[in-house]
Design a protein around this ligand. Structure first.
Ligand code: NDP
Length: 319
């Protein structure tokens, strides 16, 4: 199945807020976009709880429900939403060549990369061994397993704060480990954490090891140079994300943190007709609403690109 099966005006890679917003705009512009949802349809919002800060949802909405709304809105205008992950690309040819995880190759005249970012891990061997046996990166997915138990959360950002607060309502006690002497989380989230009686914040504390054979039993930490054990049945890692750029790296320029670089004020990458939107190109804001905003920009940029003649790209190396 390695023969190209179709040529599509616009392929959107990724089914999160950026991808769906691009699909809404592109479908309304008559570009007949096809969106591939990737390995986690709905993106990171499907592992979030309540979204309180997306304008328009005045009473808040759950992440998964919001993503269903986005998808339905894109489909209403004729966007084709497909399951499947782009695992390989060839941006030296035009139309651009994209290979799916099932081996099918498709051709696209324009591409919007909105593949998002994934949770980072600490990199300890025990983390892999005990993943799903107490180690998790999603409190909302797995928190229930730790009802009335003690858990540890690692990280000092909004995600760690949010996960700690969620777990504090379920668990007996939450130990939040912050490696610096301050948290990076927004003030309002920090205040909520500090107010919660069963959250203990440990500053200047890092995980050294995870103790347990079949399940997490305790976390070995270095706290202000001393080694201590915290008894806990769960370890929730909430230390940020890395952009999902792997299939694009041979062609697309990224910055020192691995985020796709775009021409300032646009979503244009270094490859003509290939645009980037959402968390994969945003090391700073990483909000659903900013992702949606850049998704809109990418659709408008792609529309402008598709209106121009681009036959000159056909035989060229396009860097
Ligand atoms: P961030 O990158 O903001 O924070 C990551 C945290 O993890 C930092 O405190 C960092 O420490 C710490 N960290 C990184 N690596 C390690 C390590 N190896 N060991 C220990 N600690 C480590 O990521 P988040 O996922 O928290 O947030 C991402 C974005 O999403 C932010 O813009 C945030 O505001 C937003 N967000 C908003 C929410 C909301 O508004 N409700 C909810 C969740 C996220 P250090 O500070 O020392 O670098």
């Amino acid at each position: 199945m390695d023969q190209p099966i179709s040529s599509i005006p616009l392929v959107i890679i990724g089914g999160g807020p950026a991808g769906y917003t691009a699909a809404i705009y592109a479908a309304r512009a008559g570009l007949d976009p096809v969106l591939y949802q990737g390995p986690n349809p709905g993106g990171q919002l499907t592992i979030t709880g309540e979204v309180e800060n997306y304008p328009g949802y005045k009473n808040g909405i759950t992440g998964p429900a919001m993503m269903e709304d986005f998808q339905a809105q894109a489909e209403r205008f004729g966007a084709i939403i497909k399951a499947g992950t782009i695992t390989k690309v060839d941006f030296n040819t035009y139309p651009r060549r994209l290979t799916l995880d099932n081996g099918v190759t498709i051709l696209a005249q324009a591409v919007i990369i909105a593949a998002g970012a994934s949770a980072k891990w600490l990199g300890l061997p025990a983390e892999k061994k005990l993943y799903g046996k107490g180690v998790s990166a999603c409190a909302i997915c797995d928190g229930f397993f730790f009802k009335d138990k003690n858990v540890v959360v690692v990280g000092g950002g909004d995600t760690a704060a949010e996960e700690s607060l969620y777990l504090a309502n379920l668990c007996h006690k939450v130990h939040l480990l912050v490696r610096k002497d301050h948290m990076r989380a927004s003030k309002i989230m920090q205040e909520r954490v500090f107010k919660k009686a069963n959250i203990q914040v440990w500053f200047q504390t890092e995980v050294k090891d995870i103790i347990g054979q079949e399940a997490v039993e305790a976390i070995e930490v270095i706290h202000a140079t001393a080694i201590t054990h915290i008894e806990a049945a769960g370890l929730f890692v909430a230390i940020g994300h890395q952009p999902n750029t792997l299939p694009f790296l041979p062609y697309i320029h990224v910055d020192h943190q691995g985020y796709i670089q775009t021409k300032p004020g646009t979503t244009q990458t270094n490859i003509p007709g290939v645009f980037a939107a959402g968390d994969i190109q945003d090391p700073h804001y990483r909000q659903a609403v900013t992702a949606a905003g850049t998704g809109c920009m990418a659709a408008l940029d792609a529309e402008r690109f598709l209106q121009q003649p681009h036959g000159h790209l056909q035989n060229a190396h396009n860097h």
